[in-house]
Design a protein around this ligand. Structure first.
Ligand code: SF4
Length: 69
């Protein structure tokens, strides 16, 4: 039996994509999940569309970008 590494709330059936440089796509057993390098945790699938469309306004991204300056 295949063991699911991440719970269902994280698993995506399509490969996500975002302009945010802290957004990472990880793949496990043919499924995808998104990972935020600022928060240092996987992103629930309900949050992923925001990272895809509204990433420029994301407060976490802004904070991380500011700290890199
Ligand atoms: S939560 Fe913000 S910083 Fe993290 S991946 Fe999404 S848009 Fe980027």
């Amino acid at each position: 039996m295949t063991r699911l590494v991440y719970p269902k709330i994280y698993v995506l059936s399509r490969r996500p994509s975002s302009g945010c440089k802290y957004f990472e796509v990880r793949e496990t057993e043919g499924m995808y999940y998104a990972y935020c390098k600022v928060l240092d945790r996987p992103l629930p699938k309900t949050v992923v569309p925001k990272c895809e469309k509204l990433w420029e306004g994301c407060p976490f991204r802004r904070l991380a970008a500011r700290m890199e300056e």
